[in-house]
Design a binder for this molecule. Structure first.
Ligand code: FDA
Length: 569
C-alpha cells in the first residue's frame, strides 16, 4: 500500500539489503519495507542448480551492466553482471564463500574508520553463518575438504558448506602436492576463513548441503521470515530517488518508486532510508537525489542537495583471465580448489617488483587524481596506495587468486590479481532513473595491474609444469604456446590478457567508508555525510578490495550495519 509509512525503507532486496531488513524486523514494533526492482527467483532452476554457474547470465535476473569503452584495455567494453531479483547478486554468483586477510580489514581502520578492523568484523562473519560441518555428509569423504571449527558460525541464517559436486578421486591431494612442489612452495591451508588466506585449500560455498541447492540471501534471510507482519517486500518496484523533508537540512522522508503497473508514487520512511542497491547502483541513487558532485548533477539539471563530490568515485574491480589445458582424465564433476599465493610466491622477483612499484606510487596517485579531475586528491590516494603496498609486500596478503576447475577433459583456470591499483568511477548519464549509467572501472590504467595479471598467468604455467600435475595435464589450449610463447615478456602477454579478460564482478568502494576529508561518502556508522538519515550498507562502502570474494564480507558488513542501526533506535 503506497500510502503507508514505514520506519525504515531498504532500497534493494539483495545480498546486503535482506540482511539488514531481517535484523531490523526482529524488533516487532519496527516496520521495514524492502523495495526490489526484480521479482522472485525462488524456484528459478538457473539459480538453484549448484552446478549452474552462468546459466542466469543474460536472463531477466541479470542487470548485465555495460562499462564504457575501456581506454587502457584496447577499447574493450565489459559486461558487469549483477542479480536483479529478491536475493540480488547472491542469486547468480559463484557461491564461493571466502573472507579476507586480517590485515586487509585492519586497513579499513588504518585509513580512519575507527572500530572497523578484523577483530570487530570477525564475529559478524560468524553471526551470519550456518556452517554445515562436512563430516555430517558422508558423500564428502575422500574429497579433501577440511575446516577449523573455530572459524565458523553455526547458528546464522546463511548455510555455508559443500555441494555434492565434489570429486573424490584424489585430485585434491595431487593438486596439494603440486603446490607444495613449487619453488617457493605454496603451502596447504586447512581453512582460509580465519583471516590467514595464503596457501592452497578447498573452499566452502553458499549451498544448502542437504538439499544440494544454492543458498542465497532470500533463502537465508527472507523466505523463512516472510510471515513477520512488520517485514514488507515490494517486488518489481524500481526505486527512482529519495524524497526530502522541507527545510535546509538534508533529511530523507521517503523514496519515489515506479510500481509494476508503471505508476510512480512516493512511499514514506519515518526513520531512515537504507541504500543496498549494489556498488553500481547505490551511488546513482544518491546522485539522482541530489547528493554528489554538483558538476555531474548540473549536467542533468538535478539540484544539488548535498555537495559530496566523491559519490561514485574510487570504483575498484578486479580483472579475470583464464588459461586452459587438456586433461588426460575425464571428469564428470568439478570441485572447488583455490590457491592464494603471496607476492614472494607469485612474482618471479618480488623484491624488484616491490621497489619498482613503491617508486611509482606518487605517479600512480597523480594519474588517478587527474583521471577524475582531482575529485579524489593525489595525496590521499598516495596514502591509500602506500597502505596497499604494505599489504602486499609487508603483511604478505595473497596477491592473486588461482582457481582450478576440472571440466570434462579440460583443466580450466580462472585467476586475478587481488588488489589492482586502478580506480575508476560510476555516474549517472541522465536524470532518468532507468537510463544506463556511465561505468568506467579503468581496467589496466596502471601497469602494475597488468603485470600482476601476467605474473599470475606465468605462475599457472609453472603449476602445470610441476609434478604430479605435469603428468596429468596435456597441452595448454588457451592461450597456447603458439599464441603466447613460453618465454613471452609482458608485451607478449598484453594482447591476450586485455582481449580475453572479463570483469571479476567485484565492484566496490563507490560510496566509500572513509573520513570525509579524504574522500569518503559514508562515516563509520555507514551514514552518508551531510545527510541525517540515509545509510549505505552494500559493497559500495568497502574502501579496499578484499582477497576473498565479496559476498562473505558483504554479509558481515550488513550484519554489523544492522547492529549499528539498532543501537541508534
Ligand atoms: P546486490 O547486487 O546483491 O543487491 C542489490 C539489489 O538491489 C539487487 O537485488 C537489485 O535488483 C536491487 N536494485 C538495484 N537497483 C534498484 C533500484 N533502483 N530499485 C530497487 N532495487 C534495485 N562473491 C562471492 O563471495 N563469491 C562468488 O563466488 C562470487 N561470484 C560472483 C559471480 C558473479 C557473476 C557476480 C555478478 C558476482 C559474484 N560475486 C561473488 C560478488 C558478490 O555476489 C556481490 O559482491 C554481492 O552479492 C553484492 O551484494 P550487494 O548487497 O552489494 O548487492
Amino acid at each position: 500500500d503506497s500510502g503507508a509509512t514505514y520506519d525504515y525503507i531498504v532500497v534493494g532486496g539483495g545480498t546486503s539489503g535482506l540482511v539488514v531488513a531481517n535484523r531490523l524486523s526482529e524488533l516487532k514494533d519496527i516496520n521495514v519495507l524492502v523495495i526490489e526492482a526484480g521479482g522472485s527467483a525462488y524456484s528459478n532452476p538457473n539459480v538453484t542448480d549448484t552446478a549452474g554457474y552462468g546459466k542466469a547470465f543474460g536472463t531477466e535476473i541479470d542487470w548485465a551492466y555495460q562499462t564504457t569503452d575501456q581506454e587502457y584495455a584496447e577499447g574493450n567494453r565489459q559486461t558487469v553482471r549483477a542479480g536483479k531479483a529478491l536475493g540480488g547478486t547472491s542469486l547468480i554468483n559463484g557461491m564461493v564463500y571466502l573472507r579476507a586477510q586480517t590485515a586487509q580489514i585492519d586497513a579499513w581502520e588504518a585509513i580512519g574508520n575507527k572500530g572497523w578492523n578484523w577483530k570487530s568484523l570477525f564475529p559478524y562473519y560468524k553471526k551470519g553463518e550456518g556452517f554445515q560441518v562436512p563430516t555430517d555428509y558422508p558423500w564428502l569423504e575422500g574429497s579433501g575438504v577440511a575446516y577449523d571449527p573455530a572459524y565458523h558460525g553455526y547458528d546464522g541464517p546463511l548455510k555455508v558448506g559443500w555441494s555434492e559436486d565434489q570429486l573424490k578421486d584424489g585430485l585434491a591431494q595431487k593438486m596439494n602436492s603440486t603446490y607444495q612442489n613449487l619453488s617457493p612452495e605454496v603451502p596447504y591451508n586447512k581453512d582460509p576463513n580465519g583471516g590467514q588466506m595464503i596457501g592452497y585449500s578447498l573452499y566452502p560455498k553458499t549451498v544448502d548441503s542437504k538439499l544440494n541447492i544454492r543458498e542465497d540471501a532470500a533463502r537465508a534471510y527472507y523466505y523463512p521470515y516472510k510471515s513477520r507482519s512488520n517485514l514488507h517486500v515490494w517486488l518489481n518496484t524500481n526505486a527512482n530517488k529519495l524524497t526530502w523533508k522541507d527545510g535546509e537540512d538534508a533529511t530523507a522522508d521517503g523514496v519515489e518508486v515506479t510500481l509494476t503497473n508503471g505508476t510512480t508514487t512516493v512511499v514514506k520512511a519515518s526513520r531512515e532510508v537504507i541504500l543496498a542497491a549494489g556498488a553500481l547502483k547505490s551511488p546513482l541513487l544518491l546522485e539522482l537525489s541530489g547528493v554528489g558532485n554538483p558538476d555531474v548533477l548540473s549536467k542533468y539539471e538535478i539540484e544539488t542537495k548535498v555537495n559530496l563530490p566523491t559519490v561514485g568515485e574510487n570504483l575498484q574491480d578486479q580483472m579475470n583471465n583464464g588459461l586452459a589445458y587438456d586433461s588426460k582424465t575425464s571428469y564428470s564433476k568439478s570441485a572447488d580448489y583455490v590457491a592464494y599465493p603471496s607476492a614472494n610466491q607469485l612474482f618471479s622477483n618480488a623484491t624488484a617488483i616491490g621497489s619498482d612499484l613503491l617508486a611509482k606510487i606518487p605517479e600512480y596517485a597523480a594519474q588517478v587524481a587527474s583521471a577524475n579531475g582531482n575529485i579524489t586528491k593525489a595525496k590521499d590516494i598516495e596514502r591509500f596506495f602506500k597502505i596497499q603496498w604494505d599489504l602486499i609486500f609487508k603483511a604478505h596478503i595473497p596477491v592473486a587468486e588461482i582457481l582450478l576447475e576440472p571440466f570434462g577433459t579440460t583443466y580450466d583456470t580462472e585467476y586475478w590479481g587481488s588488489v589492482p591499483f586502478s580506480r575508476g568511477n560510476v555516474h549517472i548519464s541522465s536524470a532518468d532513473p532507468t537510463a544506463a549509467a556511465s561505468i568506467d572501472p579503468k581496467y589496466f590504467m596502471l601497469d602494475f595491474d597488468l603485470h600482476a595479471q601476467i605474473e599470475a598467468a606465468r605462475f599457472i604455467r609453472k603449476v602445470f609444469q610441476t609434478e604430479p600435475f605435469a603428468s596429468m595435464a596435456g597441452s595448454e589450449t588457451s592461450p597456447g604456446l603458439s599464441s603466447v610463447a613460453a618465454d613471452a615478456n609482458d608485451q607478449g602477454w598484453s594482447s591476450f590478457i586485455k582481449n580475453n579478460f572479463r570483469s571479476n564482478f567485484h565492484p566496490i568502494s563507490t560510496t566509500a567508508m572513509m573520513p570525509k576529508e579524504i574522500g569518503g561518502v559514508v562515516d563509520t556508522s555507514l551514514k552518508v555525510y551531510g545527510v541525517s538519515n540515509v545509510r549505505v550498507v552494500d559493497a559500495s562502502v568497502m574502501p579496499f578490495q578484499v582477497c576473498g570474494h565479496l559476498q562473505s564480507t558483504v554479509y558481515a558488513v550488513a550484519e554489523r550495519a544492522a547492529d549499528i542501526i539498532k543501537a541508534q533506535i
